[in-house]
Design a protein around this ligand. Structure first.
Ligand code: ZN
Length: 396
C-alpha cells in the first residue's frame, strides 16, 4: 500500500517497482528502488526466464515534484536465459532503454517547452538545452491535410528561416491553427493547397494581399473571399497617422511633441473619449485644418463600419468615397483605391460573420512565442512550436 502510494506519486504505473528508501538531499528527492523478480522474455530466443544474472545501479532523473528534482537510484536486474545463455537487462516501462531520464520527465520538459523558451524549459526541469532541443525535434506533430469550410489566411512576422514573414492558416470556425508555411509566396501556397484535400473549402478570409488572392483563386473553385475587417479598417488609421506626421513637421517644438503624443487619442473612437480626452483632441485638431479633416474622414469610416447593415453598407461606403473626394487632402485617396479594388470582399465582411479576429489572436500568440524563443532561427522549429503549443493547450 505504502509502496503503491509512493510510486503513484512518482508517476510510475508499473506494479513490479519497489521503493526501498527515500530521502531529501540538497533540495532533491532521492529514491532508491528495485524491481520484483518477474518472468521475462528473452529478447534473443523469446523463451521465458526468471534466472537472475546480476545487478547494476542506474541513476535516472525523474519528473519534478513540487518543483524539486527527483533522482531515482535504480537497482536494475540482469537476467540470464537458460535456453540460449544470453544475458540481458530487464526493460522498465517508465524509462526508455539507454535513457537517463524517465518518460514522464521527457513529457514534462515538452509541456514546459510549449510555453517557455527551450533554455528556460531546460532550466526548470534540470535538463540541458541541447537535450530539450533533441526531445523537441524528435516529437512529431501530425499534419492536417483536410482543409476546413472556412479558411483564414494571414501573414505574421516570425523571422525564421531567413524569411521575415510566414503564412498562417486557420480554421476560422473551430478557431484552430491548421498550418504554418515558411513564407508568403504564391508558389508556397499553391504547393501546400495542392497537397491538401480542399473539397470542403467554401469561404476564405484574408488580408488584402494580392498574392494570397491569386493563390486562392487558382486553387479553389470560385471561392467566396472575405476581406478581414481589421486589415481594411486600419488603412484609414494609417492615412490619419500619415497626415498627423506631416502636420507634426510644420509645428514648433512643444506643439510637435504634443502632436506626436496625441496619436493614440486621435485613433480612439470619439465616443470612447472622456472629458479630458475630448479637450485634448480639440486642441490637437486646432493645430492644423488638415489634421481636423483627416480625423473626420477616419471617424466617418468608423461610423460607416459600425452603423451599416447589409442593405446600407454599399451606399454608405459610396458616400464616404464622395466625402474623401470633396476633402482638401489627398492622403485618403489611396484608401478609397484599396476599398474599390477589394469592394466585393469588403462588402462580404458585412454579410458573413467571419473575420481574421482570431488570426490577430494567433498573431499575439506568435509574438509570445517569439518573445519566449527569441532567436528561433529554424522555421521548422518555429512552426512546430506554434502547433505544439496549440496541441498542449487544447488538452489542458
Ligand atoms: Zn534466450
Amino acid at each position: 500500500m505504502q509502496n503503491d502510494f509512493i510510486t503513484q506519486l512518482l508517476g510510475i504505473k508499473e506494479s513490479y517497482i519497489e521503493v526501498e528508501h527515500a530521502e531529501v538531499m540538497d533540495h532533491a528527492f532521492h529514491i532508491e528502488m528495485g524491481t520484483k523478480v518477474r518472468r521475462v522474455t528473452c529478447p534473443n530466443c523469446k523463451k521465458k526466464t526468471k534466472y537472475v544474472h546480476g545487478y547494476r545501479m542506474q541513476r535516472v532523473q525523474g519528473r519534478l515534484i513540487e518543483e524539486r528534482p527527483v533522482v531515482f537510484h535504480l537497482r536494475k536486474r540482469r537476467y540470464k536465459c537458460k535456453a540460449c545463455q544470453k544475458t540481458f537487462y530487464e526493460t522498465l516501462g517508465f524509462v526508455g532503454r539507454y535513457q537517463r531520464r524517465t518518460c514522464s520527465l521527457n513529457e514534462q520538459v515538452l509541456t514546459y517547452v510549449s510555453e517557455n523558451s527551450f533554455t528556460q524549459a531546460g532550466k526548470i526541469c534540470g535538463v540541458s538545452s541541447s537535450s530539450v532541443l533533441r526531445l523537441f525535434d524528435k516529437r512529431s506533430i501530425p499534419q492536417r491535410r483536410v482543409l476546413p469550410r472556412v479558411l483564414a489566411i494571414d501573414e505574421f512576422k516570425g523571422d525564421a528561416g531567413k524569411e521575415k514573414f510566414q503564412t498562417i492558416l486557420v480554421d476560422a470556425e473551430k478557431k484552430e491553427i491548421i498550418e504554418v508555411l515558411p513564407d508568403r509566396r504564391v508558389e508556397t501556397l499553391e504547393t501546400y493547397f495542392g497537397s491538401c484535400d480542399i473539397g470542403n473549402v467554401q469561404i476564405v478570409v484574408m488580408d488584402m494581399s494580392r498574392t494570397f488572392k491569386r493563390a486562392v483563386e487558382k486553387a479553389f473553385d470560385k471561392p467566396l473571399i472575405i476581406a478581414d475587417r481589421f486589415h481594411f479598417m486600419r488603412q484609414a488609421y494609417w492615412a490619419l497617422d500619415k497626415v498627423r506626421r506631416e502636420v507634426q513637421k510644420l509645428l514648433l517644438k512643444e506643439e510637435r511633441l504634443s502632436c506626436k503624443r496625441g496619436k493614440k487619442l486621435l485613433w480612439l473612437a470619439p465616443e470612447k473619449l472622456d472629458e479630458k480626452g475630448r479637450e485634448k483632441v480639440n486642441e490637437l485638431l486646432d493645430l492644423h485644418p488638415n489634421l481636423k479633416e483627416a480625423y473626420e474622414l477616419k471617424n466617418a469610416l468608423h461610423d460607416w463600419f459600425h452603423q451599416s447593415n447589409t442593405h446600407t453598407v454599399k451606399g454608405n461606403l459610396e458616400e464616404w468615397f464622395q466625402m474623401v473626394k470633396n476633402s482638401s487632402i489627398r492622403t485618403f485617396d489611396s484608401v478609397v483605391k484599396t476599398f474599390m479594388n477589394w469592394n466585393t470582399e469588403i462588402l462580404n465582411a458585412f454579410v458573413y460573420p467571419f473575420n481574421n479576429g482570431y488570426i490577430e489572436g494567433v498573431n499575439n500568440t506568435t509574438k509570445v512565442i517569439k518573445r519566449m524563443s527569441y532567436g528561433i532561427k529554424s522555421f521548422e522549429r518555429l512552426r512546430k512550436k506554434i502547433l505544439f503549443r496549440q496541441a498542449i493547450r487544447s488538452v489542458a
